[in-house]
Design a protein. Sequence first.
Length: 345
Amino acid sequence: MALWLVRAGKSGEYEQKFLNEDKVYLTWDGLKVNLEKVETSDNLIENLNGIYSGQNPNTIRNWSNQIWAFAKSIQKEDWVILPSKFERTVHFGKVTGPYVYDGKGKNPYYHSLGVNWFARGVPRTAFDQDILNSFGAFLTICRISRNNAEDRIIALSKNGWRGSHSTTISTGNIPNDSEVMIESGIINLEETANDQIAEFIERRFAGHGLPRIIEGILKAKGFTVYRSPEGPDNGVDLLAAPEPYGFGSPRICIQVKSGNVVVDRPTLDQLVGVMTNVHAEQGILVSWGGFKQTVKKEERDKFFKVRFWGQKEIISELLENYSRLNEDLKAEIPLKQVWTLVLKD
């Protein structure tokens, strides 16, 4: 059995289709050729040169390796790993059949593999940093095997995706360029940094610590904030409103759920009810562990009333407002902005 990283588009635009249809697709635009009949990698490169004429030869070679892996190397019973672009989670599936070509399919859905998604929404914080580094490869398709990843991930799945981390947060956990290039291409440094920040927050701000971060973010955005004392909060962790004394509008009620508990619909209903009680116009439901589908389905209907912050949104807001946080909170979360060159194919 092998582990394969498969991405659902640069922005995750195919992710929901993969999950809804129990498949993974090869999403190269215009790749209308039956790969089952392509006998050698050289033949594949010839086909790609014809379809994508004028493309850089190194890019064609890179693409051919990934496309060949999808059609020829991934086998039934192998596992596919799909990192989500919408949440800080990872989906796992088992391949249920061979490569299928559908020439009558809609572009780019000509090539597919059947998949049983047996573990959806596994938090990224469940994994050691070196494994997350492999998940952060820029390639669309690659095998994950370095550092005994296959055995470690299988063991983690058998333990309900819970286990002690064997690595610490440090730059020493980021593999050197040659290691990453050998296995799966250039590492996504931004994603790696976000993973480290997420693990740091989870360890240092457990329990009532997370509302302090949300409070700091809201104050940095210009809100006056009331934070409930520790203990039963009756559904109110934070209240926020603009203007110096908090008498402005919008008036916002915030409920914060830390830990890995996935928030369900009753929690959302409680927030909406509390908003009425405290005369709040809008609400923010914050959940470090993410949201169940019953909550996600409400995003459209609650668009003008409630916002949903998972790990991705919390870290994004933290980074966007970091320079305006109070000095005490910045000392607790020591971050430094680093500029890096963004390379394209």
